[in-house]
Design a protein around this ligand. Structure first.
Ligand code: 5AD
Ligand code: FES
Length: 354
């Protein structure tokens, strides 16, 4: 296995079979070896810096019915909420004073938030905080909508592909959703000029090592600026209520593989990782991640944006997550930085080297 890891480190690429073999058959010591290289690469590009993104979960209404997701349309036990533009701007003001220079607006696919409303919100944030990046994470839209958001000032867009295998995709989603459409959205976003993030859940129901290998091949091909991954965690009111959760170990291994495949990628150590293990986010950083996304949503709505069970950070003040993460990163020798935290190009890194 170590020879495959070496090859990935040197060439940033493997065949699907080699990825699958590594994912299926690695030992603990292979994983340790992988992390030594992923941390080395991450530190070459980003040093000991960990970027922060202030996450604003502005609506839990969703017209979709993804089988894994706690805010799916058919879940009648969710108390639905929407933040107003003013609420969102208040979150940004609070975040700005805490040092956040990226705001991530995340929500379900909520028809109330028309293109005009999203554009107005994005434009207002950029007017007030021109030194900040705005990231949208609001699902599948038409090209023209993505373009309008971009023209209003949005810088980045997160849209997890969820799985790069068609038949696996159809086991996680209702028939009206397709992987093909999702991939097209990601390519549209890239063509428009967004910094784009894709991603997937680790250990989602019916997932095989080959599926994860396909995720790696897709990531290599799309070559996004960001990749968001976290363990699948069951939610009690979904069709997947009784399915097994993804593991810490496998999520960390995938983080390591992603770092070796896209050395300069922005890679969050996610809340889901912190939910399945008390030190999950620290371990994620030590496997090659370099971003954390503290929750900036108002306290009153945090316990309503529950995509999965036992989600952490649902009861604290916004400031507490920032401090908590600052302390957690410090405890493993890393520091939170409050710049925009753009993806570093390979060219930029070479310029620093010489
Ligand atoms: N467990 C883990 N992650 C989930 N997501 C949605 N539901 C779950 C779950 N039950 C992830 C999806 C989505 C992102 C916003 O959250 O990957 O794209
Ligand atoms: Fe939210 Fe620790 S990061 S409480």
């Amino acid at each position: 296995m170590k020879n495959l890891i070496d090859r990935l480190y040197l060439k940033n690429d493997l065949s699907k079979n080699d990825y699958a073999e590594l994912i299926r058959n690695h030992s603990d010591s292979d994983a340790e070896y992988l992390f030594s290289l992923s941390v080395k690469l991450r530190e070459k590009y980003y040093g000991k810096d960990v970027y922060v993104r202030g996450l604003i979960e502005f609506s839990n209404y969703c017209k979709n019915n993804c089988l894994y997701c706690g805010i799916r349309r058919d879940n009648r036990n969710v108390q639905r909420y929407r933040l107003s533009k003013e609420d969102i701007l208040t979150c940004c003001a609070e975040g700005y004073s805490l040092g956040f220079r990226t705001f991530v607006l995340q929500g379900g696919e909520d028809p109330y938030f028309t293109d005009d409303r999203i554009c107005d919100i994005v434009y207002s944030i950029k007017q007030k905080y021109p030194d900040c990046a705005v990231t949208l994470s609001i699902g599948e839209k038409e090209y023209a909508s993505y373009k309008a958001f971009f023209d209003a000032g949005a810088d980045r867009y997160l849209l997890r592909h969820e799985t790069a295998d068609n038949s696996h995709y159809s086991k996680l989603h209702p028939p009206e959703m397709s992987l093909e459409h999702r991939k097209n959205c990601l390519y549209d976003l890239k063509n428009i000029g967004y910094q784009v993030g894709c991603g997937f859940m680790v250990g989602s129901p019916f997932q095989t090592a080959e599926n994860l290998a396909d995720d790696m091949i897709f990531i290599r091909e799309l070559s996004p600026h960001m990749v968001g991954i976290g363990p699948f965690i069951s939610q009690h009111d979904t069709p997947f209520a009784d399915q097994k959760n993804g593991t810490l170990e496998q999520t960390l291994f995938m983080l390591g593989l992603i770092r070796l495949t896209l050395p300069n990628v922005l890679l969050p150590s996610t809340t889901a990782l912190g939910t399945i293990h008390p030190m999950g986010r620290e371990k994620g950083i030590l496997a090659g991640a370099n971003v954390v996304m503290p929750n900036l949503s108002p306290k009153s709505v945090r316990d309503k944006y529950l995509l999965y069970d036992n989600k952490i950070c649902t009861g604290d003040e916004a400031a507490e997550c920032k401090h908590c993460l600052q302390m957690r990163m410090k405890s493993i020798g890393y520091n939170i930085v409050t710049s925009r935290g753009d993806c570093k190009s390979i060219k930029e890194i070479y310029q620093n080297e010489f």
